[in-house]
Design a protein around this ligand. Structure first.
Ligand code: 3PG
Length: 306
């Protein structure tokens, strides 16, 4: 089978080599499309692909329509909001992710962002410490649990909200369960967001929630920019000069935020949460193995469009 590895943001070389080795050993042909300048390049490369490995690359209805032989798409990572699931399902194309494989990298970055903000973006101004502060984790999945565990080890107290988990599961993960989003935001000195971008979560974090946060609080977003209501964020930061926002997913209004709020806001130049060699190897090789397994045995364990 012809497997297209399409990564606008390339994997580390070791991951690319590992992906090639796994797929070639199973008799598949690998085509690599990295750092492509335009979406049309992905559309063109998709033409004769039977399988695809992607990251945040946008597999739109147009890409799917241009790939008549496509049977499987594996998102090497967690969030699959970049894949048009309806268009894939209509064609009977299996879509998978590789849950948990890049979580540690994202969790480490969330902690780093907290400390970066606590230390006034590494300027000489007096900062604060995260030990002794309260961390709220919004969604206690693979990343949220790791952020909670690391924060606890650094002396923070950790609470978590996750409507899909029972209290016992949150307690087993080392956090105190919280039952309303208002309560979570009201009691968190640091709030780390780990929800996916879904119709129900898009723009769900705005003025009401952010302005509930305690004095001096920091909102940390390593999830998706779409979950933030950017106008609401701007209004909350305007009214509350003590609040801060740090994100790995640059807001559309970042220039305006920077101009107005200076060191109280920060966005990484390019989403880098999962950009470690380890995460690339874990997620990339898992994706390759899932494709090999799917063609060999029909295994659909990680399918997300069942
Ligand atoms: C994910 O959903 O797995 C993360 O956001 C990482 O995305 P990336 O592979 O584009 O870095």
């Amino acid at each position: 089978m012809k497997v297209l590895v399409a990564t606008q943001k390339p994997f580390a070389a070791a991951a690319v080599n590992g992906i090639k080795d796994i797929l070639s050993a199973a008799g598949h042909d690998v085509v690599l499309l990295e750092k492509y300048p335009a979406q049309e390049d992905l559309v063109a490369a998709a033409a004769d692909s039977e399988a695809m490995i992607i990251r945040s690359d946008k597999v739109t209805a147009e890409v799917i329509a241009a790939a008549p032989k496509l049977k499987i798409i594996v998102r090497a990572g967690a969030g699959y909001d970049n894949v048009d699931l309806a268009a894939a399902s209509e064609r009977g194309i299996v879509v998978m992710n590789t849950p948990g494989q890049n979580s540690n990298a994202v969790a480490e970055l969330a902690i780093a962002l907290m400390i970066f903000m606590a230390r006034t973006q590494f300027t000489p101004a007096t900062g604060s410490e995260i030990a002794g502060k309260r961390l709220g984790v919004q969604a206690f999945g693979a990343v949220g649990r790791l952020v909670g565990a690391k924060a606890k080890a650094l002396g923070m107290s950790v609470s978590a909200l996750d409507p899909f988990l029972k209290d016992e599961q949150i307690v087993a993960g080392g956090a105190e369960p919280v039952h309303s989003i208002e309560e979570l935001y009201s009691n968190s000195d640091y709030l780390s967001i780990h929800i996916p971008a879904l119709p129900s979560t898009i723009k769900s974090i705005g003025y009401d929630l952010i302005s509930r946060m305690p004095k001096g609080a920091t909102l940390v977003n390593t999830a998706r920019k779409e979950v933030i209501d950017e106008e609401g964020l701007e209004k909350a930061l305007e009214e509350r000069p003590d609040l801060k926002y740090i994100t790995d997913v640059m807001p559309d209004n970042y220039a305006a935020l920077q101009e107005k709020f200076g060191l109280r806001v920060f966005a990484t130049p390019k989403k880098m949460g999962a950009q470690t060699a380890e995460a690339n190897i874990n997620a990339g090789l898992a994706a390759a193995r899932q494709i090999v397994d799917y063609f060999a045995t029909g295994n659909t364990r990680f399918q997300v469009n069942k």
